[in-house]
Design a protein around this ligand. Sequence first.
Ligand code: NAG
Length: 186
Amino acid sequence: MAVHGLLFAIMFFVSLQTNVFAYQYQVGNLQSWNVPTSEDPKVYANWPKKLTFRIGDSLLFLYPPSEDSVIQVTKESYNACNLKDPILFMNNGNSLFNITTPGIFYFTSGVSGHCEKSQKLQITVYASDGSLPPSYSPSDALDDNAPSYPTVFGGIPSGPSPSSSSTVKTSFLMFVAIGVLIFGVV
Ligand SMILES: *[C@@H]1O[C@H](CO)[C@@H](O)[C@H](O)[C@H]1NC(C)=O
């Protein structure tokens, strides 16, 4: 039927677009990168769970520069809240971290004491074939604070170098999900 053909074409186009757009994520969807409030103490642990970060996306940390800063740190420093020798230090209040490689990225506040109060963020970025660089073990991506993925995205790849079929599977599942959405509405 012609209408179905058209809808399939639209769905296919939309599913392609979802792989092409680069997003700028405002960290925590918050106006201010700060120590989490008592109403939402796990805001930075929970926020990435609903998201899939891709190469080309960026993270925007907003905050009054007189009050805070952002540092990118190693996993060890992240776990220990060690603020010394960060990988990257940003303190202009409008800090944009550009995702250019796959990997696991760890951030916290550069202000002493803030990391201990859960102002810390960990994100996992998979390569377009669903892999992580060999230096990352799957357990890194699966620990408690790691983002989890809705099954529609195909789940977390089970090994450090899954077959390239995971990309096809992801696109296919996205295609089906969008189809269900569109047909559910029509
Ligand atoms: C990210 O990209 C923007 C725009 O190109 C640039 O202004 C900013 O300095 C970059 N961030 C870092 C940490 O290099």
